[in-house]
Design a protein around this ligand. Structure first.
Ligand code: NAP
Length: 250
């Protein structure tokens, strides 16, 4: 029997990343559960996966930092084996507010984590997995937002702009590596029940906006995880360069 393929999920200790780690492990992936600060949450995800008979390891790194990304990919290779999947999930919303009130440091951090980190991780992944570099191929999923289309005026324009950049990257990279055994896709999430809304400064936002969705409810992280794990799988073998909305009808 061949060993389970190896998947790195950034920001997998909580929210959508954590749900994806559990779902991917159930689908037969061996999962590197990256986190930046919340070691206990990442540890709990790894414990859940192991208790269910799967394979996982928690790995700390700030994926917006080039040296930490290099060390993270080295650690995955050393402790687990050749990486076959990458989910660029780590994201921060910045603070809710109008553009003219946006702090430069918040703007910078929003792009560093939502865009810059995805570039760094994808670079490291392509260097290892592309058939051009002697790798066996693989799949990348970028976690975007429907905000890239709405622009999120009055609230999160910086975040929406970062996710739009991520989607342009998604399309461009997919074309660049399409003949090298690597597929690159994205999911565009709608309102999903995670800590990110409180982090943006308005936990009540989720319930306020949920009823405006065609399905009139927020989504669960597990519902996004299903789409991500499908895009990673061989079942999506002719799908690349797409952005799949998981947004209750938006
Ligand atoms: P969340 O619950 O706040 O979790 C964010 C995760 O990202 C945490 O595990 C956090 O690590 C990690 N993280 C943050 N900065 C990092 C860094 N520099 N390096 C490594 N990990 C980092 O958020 P979520 O809602 O699940 O969001 C996941 C993705 O979905 C994000 O890209 C977000 O933009 C996108 N999204 C979410 C929604 C929504 O409604 N929830 C909608 C659209 C798009 P620690 O646990 O260590 O802090």
């Amino acid at each position: 029997m061949s060993p389970p393929p190896i998947l790195l999920i950034t920001g997998a200790g909580r929210g959508i990343g954590a749900a994806t780690a559990r779902r991917a492990a159930a689908a037969g992936w061996q999962v590197a559960v990256n986190y930046v600060a919340n070691e206990a949450a990442a540890g709990a995800v790894v414990e859940d996966i192991r208790r269910a008979g799967g394979h996982a390891a928690a790995m700390q790194a700030d994926v917006s930092q080039p040296e930490q990304v290099a060390a993270l990919f080295d650690r995955v290779a050393r402790e687990l084996g050749p990486v076959a999947g990458l989910v660029n999930n780590a994201g921060v919303p910045g603070r809710i507010g109008r553009v003219e009130a946006l702090e430069p440091a918040v703007l910078r951090r929003t792009f560093e984590v939502n865009v810059y980190a995805a570039f760094l991780c994808a670079q490291a992944f392509v260097r290892r997995a592309s058939t051009k570099h002697g790798g066996a191929g693989g799949a990348i999923v970028n976690v975007s937002s429907m905000a890239s289309r709405t622009g999120s005026p009055g609230e999160l324009v910086h975040y929406a702009a970062a996710k739009a950049a991520l989607e342009a990257f998604n399309y461009g990279l997919a074309s660049e590596v399409a003949t090298e055994g690597i597929r690159v896709n994205a999911v565009a999430c709608g309102l999903i029940e995670t800590d990110i809304h409180a982090e943006a400064g308005d936990a009540g936002r989720l319930q306020r906006y949920a009823t405006r969705m065609p399905m009139q409810r927020a989504g669960r992280p597990e519902e996004v995880a299903e789409a991500i794990v499908w895009l990673l799988s061989g079942a999506a073998s002719y799908v690349t360069g797409t952005v799949l909305p998981v947004a209750g009808g938006r």
